[in-house]
Design a protein around this ligand. Structure first.
Ligand code: MSP
Length: 505
C-alpha cells in the first residue's frame, strides 16, 4: 500500500460556488477514488480560502462582518462538495484557528532565519487577483484577468526573499520534468521563472481580514501565503495524529491555469526556505468555457452546477465534465452538449446495454448469469486486458478524459458484440445454447468490468450496475484487482432495476 495525497485549490468565498469549482473538486475525487481502488492510503483535501480583500469587500457590501459572511458562504461550498459526491478526507477553512496558528509559526520561522525583511513598496494592485502587476503585464492599463484597473498601493510591507530561490526552483525542475504537468505548463512556468524572480511582499498593512503577522500585529499575512500553506497545515490538524510525515510530499496539487504562477513560484520557494520537500506534481487543467468565454464570478456568465445535477443526476454531470473537455485543455460546455452526451452515451451506450443484457438473461436463462465459457471471451477478453493496461497508464498521466474514452471504446465494443452475436437469434436455435450462454456471460462480464473502471467517475451508477448484475455490495467488488476478465463466477441472479439514465425527450 502506498500513500496518495491529492488537493484542490481552496476556493474563495466572495461569491457562490460555480461549475469551475465543481470541476476541480470532481477531478480530485476521481483521482482519490481511483487510488482507493488501487488499495492506496489516500488523503484528499479541499476547502475554502476565506481571508483577503475580496471576501472582506463582499462582506461589507452585504452589511456583514467578514466572519459572518464567510460562515454563511462556506455552507454553500461544503454543500457543493457533498452534492458532487466528493470523498474528501478533510475540508479546510483558512479561518480555522489551527490553520492560523500554523501559518504564524511558519512565517515566524522564515523571519527568524532572515528570509523576510521590511521595506516600503509602491505598486499596481488588482484586489480581485490579490496580486501586484507590472505596467507591462496590464492590458490597456487593466488587469488581464479581471478587466479592471489596478489601484496604486503604497505600503511598508514585509518582503520574502523569493529571489534567493530562483536557481533552486529551476534546478528542481531540471531534475523533475514531471513536477508540472502537462508539459506545456512546465515550459510556461520555467519561462517565467527564468525571466527572474523578485522578492515579494507577504504582508498587507491596509487590510485587517487575515492572519496577523506574529511580530507585527498591525499587518496581516498576504492571502496567498496564508492559502498555500493550507496544503501542509491541514495534514497537521485534520486528525489527532499529525499526518505530515505520512502524506507529504503531496502527489498532486490540481488547479486551473489561473493560479499556476503562485504554485510554481511562491509555493516551492516557501517550501525550500522551510527545508521541506516539494510537491511531486502540480497538475494544471484548463478552463470550462461557455460560449467561448472563461466562466467567472466577475463576468457573471456562470452555469449553476446545482441546477444541472438536480435535474440530471450527479453522475451524469461528473461524466460530462471529463467526456466533453480534454483534461488539461480548455473546452466549451453547454446544456445542449450535455443533453446530447446524456442521450447518446449514458442512456444508449451504457444504460441500454445493461437493460438489454439483463432482459435477455431474464428471458432466456431465468435471470441467472451462465457459467464462464471455456474460451474466456475471445476478442472481448483481449480488449479488456488492453483496457486494463492502457487505463492504468493513462491514469498515471492524470489523463482523466483519455481514460474515460478508453472505457467508452470498450462499452462501444460490447454494443457491437451484441449486434454481431444477435443473441435473440441464437435463442431461437435450441442446439446453440452453449453459444448463447457464452454471449450472455460475456456481456455481463463486460458490463461488470466497465463498472469497475468507471467507478471513480460515476460512483453511484457503477454500484447500481453491479447490484443489477446480482453482485452483492461488499467491500472488495469495486477494487481494481477485480477488473480482470473472467473473475465473475456464473450463477448470480440478476436484479433488473430502473433504467440507469432515462432518456431525455
Ligand atoms: N483561493 C484561490 C486558490 C488558493 S489555492 C492555495 C483561488 N480560488 S478560486 O475560487 O478563484 O478558485 C480558482 C480555481 O477554481 C481554479 O484554479 C480552478 O481550479 C477552478 N476554476 C475556476 N473557474 C474555472 C473554470 N471556468 N473552469 C475550470 N476551473 C476553474 O484561486
Amino acid at each position: 500500500m502506498s500513500e496518495f495525497y491529492v488537493t484542490t485549490p481552496i476556493y474563495y468565498v466572495n461569491d457562490v460556488p460555480h461549475i469551475g469549482h465543481a470541476y476541480t473538486t470532481i477531478a480530485a475525487d476521481v483521482l482519490a477514488r481511483y487510488h482507493r481502488q488501487l488499495g492506496d492510503d489516500v488523503f484528499f483535501l479541499t476547502g475554502t480560502d476565506e481571508h483577503g480583500n475580496p471576501a472582506a469587500q463582499a462582506a461589507a457590501r452585504r452589511g456583514l462582518s467578514p466572519q459572518q459572511h464567510v460562515d454563511e458562504m462556506v455552507v454553500k461550498f461544503k454543500a457543493l462538495v457533498e452534492q458532487v459526491n466528493a470523498t474528501n478526507d478533510f475540508f479546510i477553512r483558512t479561518t480555522d484557528s489551527e490553520h492560523c496558528a500554523k501559518v504564524q509559526a511558519f512565517i515566524q520561522n522564515l523571519y527568524d532565519q532572515g528570509d523576510i525583511y521590511r521595506r516600503s513598496y509602491r505598486g499596481l494592485y488588482c484586489s480581485s487577483c490579490e496580486a501586484f502587476y507590472a505596467e507591462k503585464d496590464l492590458v490597456d492599463g487593466k488587469c488581464p484577468d479581471h478587466g479592471t484597473e489596478p489601484q496604486t498601493v503604497e505600503e511598508e510591507n514585509y518582503f520574502f526573499r523569493l529571489s534567493r530561490y530562483q536557481e533552486r526552483i529551476l534546478d528542481h525542475m531540471e531534475q523533475h520534468p514531471e513536477f508540472i504537468m502537462p508539459e506545456s505548463r512546465f515550459n510556461e512556468a520555467r519561462s517565467f521563472i527564468t525571466q527572474g524572480l523578485e522578492d515579494i511582499s507577504i504582508s498587507r498593512a491596509s487590510l485587517q481580514w487575515g492572519v496577523p503577522i506574529p511580530w507585527d500585529e498591525s499587518q496581516v499575512v498576504y492571502v496567498w501565503v496564508d492559502a498555500l500553506l493550507n496544503y501542509i497545515t491541514a495534514l497537521q490538524y485534520a486528525r489527532e495524529e499529525d499526518l505530515l510525515e505520512r502524506f507529504w510530499p503531496v502527489d498532486y496539487h490540481l488547479m486551473g491555469k489561473d493560479i499556476l504562477k503562485f504554485h510554481a513560484v511562491i509555493w516551492p520557494a516557501m517550501l525550500i526556505a522551510a527545508g521541506m520537500e516539494l510537491p511531486r506534481h502540480l497538475f494544471i487543467h484548463g478552463y470550462l468555457l461557455m460560449g467561448g468565454e472563461k466562466m467567472s464570478k466577475t463576468r457573471g456568465n456562470v452555469l449553476d452546477p446545482f441546477e444541472v445535477m438536480d435535474k440530471y443526476g450527479v453522475d451524469a454531470f461528473r461524466f460530462y465534465c471529463f467526456r466533453e473537455v480534454t483534461f488539461g485543455q480548455d473546452g466549451v460546455v453547454s446544456l445542449e452538449g450535455f443533453e446530447n452526451r446524456y442521450n447518446s452515451e449514458l442512456a444508449n451506450d451504457l444504460g441500454n446495454l445493461l437493460s438489454r443484457t439483463l432482459a435477455m438473461i431474464l428471458k432466456y436463462r431465468g435471470g441467472v448469469i451462465p457459467e464462464p465459457p471455456p474460451d474466456s471471451g475471445g476478442d472481448l477478453f483481449a480488449a479488456a486486458t488492453r483496457l486494463g493496461e492502457e487505463f492504468a497508464a493513462s491514469m498515471s498521466r492524470v489523463d482523466l478524459s483519455g481514460s474515460l474514452e478508453l472505457v467508452w471504446r470498450f462499452v462501444r465494443s460490447l454494443n457491437k458484440y451484441v449486434e454481431d452475436m444477435a443473441p435473440w437469434k441464437l435463442a431461437k436455435e435450441p442446439d446453440r445454447g452453449t453459444e448463447l450462454n457464452a454471449v450472455l456471460y460475456n456481456l455481463a462480464e463486460g458490463l461488470r468490468l466497465s463498472a469497475v473502471f468507471l467507478h471513480p467517475y460515476m460512483p453511484d451508477t457503477t454500484l447500481e450496475i453491479l447490484g443489477q448484475l446480482g453482485i452483492t455490495p461488499g467491500s472488495g467488488e469495486i477494487m481494481l484487482q477485480q477488473a480482470e476478465w473472467g473473475r465473475m463466477p456464473g450463477g448470480a441472479e440478476v436484479q433488473p432495476g430502473k433504467p440507469l439514465f432515462p432518456k431525455l425527450d
